[in-house]
Design a protein around this ligand. Sequence first.
Ligand code: NAP
Length: 459
Amino acid sequence: MSQLGTEAAPLRVAVVGAGPSGFYATEALLKSEIAAQVDLIERLPSPYGLVRSGVAPDHPKLKQSIEVYKKVAALEGFRFFGNVTVGKDVMPQELRDIYHAVIYTCGAETDRRLGIEGEDLAGSHTATEFVGWYNGHPDYRNREFDFSHETAVIIGQGNVAADVARILSKSVDELKHTDISQHALDALAESQIKTIAVVGRRGPAQAKFTTKELREFLELENCQAAIASEELALNEASQTEVADKKAGVVAAKNMAIFEKMAEDAEQSKVRTCRMMFCRSPIRIEGNGRIERVVLERNELSGEPFSQRASGTGETETLECGLLFRSIGYRGVPIEGVPFHDSWGVFPNQEGRITDGPDGAVVPGIYTAGWIKRGPSGIIGTNRACAVQTVESLMGDLSNLPADRAGTDALAKLLQERGVRSIDFPEWQRIDAEEVSRGEPKGKPREKFTRREEMLQILG
Ligand code: NAP
C-alpha cells in the first residue's frame, strides 16, 4: 500500500460547509506538501457562507475575500458538491467511510436566545432572520418584517447589531446599488421607522462594535446617531479599561465616537439611531404581536475587562413595533457528530473533534471556524483557525485509515439517492446569471433567493 499523501495515494478529505473556514481549510490542504483531494460539501447551491449571506450589502470590500476562494476552487484536487446536506443526503458515518478525514466548517447557523417572556411574539425577530432575508438567503426568503411602525429596537451591541441598525437606518438611495435583494429593498422602501434603539446590557466601554463600523453611524445621510450624554458616564473599572493603552484601545476610540454622537444634536434627519447602555430586556409585551419591551437598568461590577451586568430592579418601557435580538450566533448539531450543547460548538482539541468537552479524540473528524471556536473574530480569523486544524490533521496522517474511495464514491452515492448536487462550473453559471441580472439596476448582482431558481438556470 502506497503511503498516504503521495500521488499514488492522495489524502482524500471532505470539508463540510463552504464558508470562509471551509475554503481556508481546503486551501491549507491543497497547498500543503502532500498530494490531497478535497471535496467541499455545502447544503446551499451557492458557496461562500456568511460572506455571501451574512456580510452586509453596503460592505462590498468585505466580500473581496471571494476572489481568494475562487482561486482555491481553481486548485488541482478541488471539487464542489453544492446542494448537499450532511445529516440528510449523506450521513457523517458515510463520509467517514468514504474519506480519510472529514473537516466540519459549518459555522454557527442559529442565534442565542434571551430566554424572556414574549421573545417569540410576532414582530420579535432574530438578527439571523433579518440578515439572511436582506441578503437573499433561501432559508429566510419568505420571512416578513413589518416596517409600518415608528420604533425598532435592537438588543445587543456587536457588529451584527450595527449591520441591522444601519440597514434599517439607510435610505433606498443609499442601498439600491448594493447587492441587497430586491424583495428587501422594496419592503424597506415603505419603511415608516423613525427611531432605532440599539440596547446594550453593559456600558459604552464594553460595546463590541469595531470602531470602523461604529463610525459609519456618523456618516448616514438619513439618520442621526444619538446618545443621551449621561449614558457615557463611566464607573472606575470602565475608566481603567478605556485608559489601558493596549487592551482598551478599541473602547477608547469607540468612546470618542459615542461622545460625538452625544454632542451632535442635528434633528433635521428623517431617522434617529439611539444608543442605549446598561439595560437588559426582561419582557416583551403585546397583544398577539410586540407592542413594547420592558428594560431593566443594569449596574456593572467586577474587575476591569471582566465586568458583568446585573439588574437594579429599576425598569422602563420602550414602545416599539419591531425588535431584533442580536446577541450572538450559535452552532447547530449534526446527528452523529459530538456537540457541546451549552457552548453551541463541536468540542475539540486544536481542531480534532472530541467525544464531549473533556472527552477522547474521535479519529478522523475535525472542525474549524465558528463551529470550532464559537462566533467571534473577523473573516480572516478563520484562516489561522483552519490552518491550525489542518496542521492537526497532518500530524495524524499515519493514524488515518488506509483506503478510502473519495470523490467518486460520494458522487455515486448521491446519484443513487437522486440528490442533484451542483459542481463549481455549474455554480459559476449561476453566478454569471446573477451578475447579469444586476447590471441593468446598477447592482453588482441580483441574487437568486430560491434553490429552485438556481437549479432552473442549470436546466
Ligand atoms: P458579538 O460581537 O459577540 O456581540 C453580541 C452582543 O450581544 C454583545 O453586545 C453582547 O453583550 C450582547 N449579548 C449577549 N448575550 C446577551 C444577553 N443575554 N442579553 C443582552 N445582550 C446580550 O456578536 P455578533 O454581533 O453576533 O458578531 C459575531 C462576530 O461577527 C463578531 O466577531 C463580529 O465582530 C463579527 N462581525 C463582523 C462584522 C464586520 O467586520 N463588519 C460584521 C458582522 C459581524 P456582552 O458584551 O455583554 O456579552
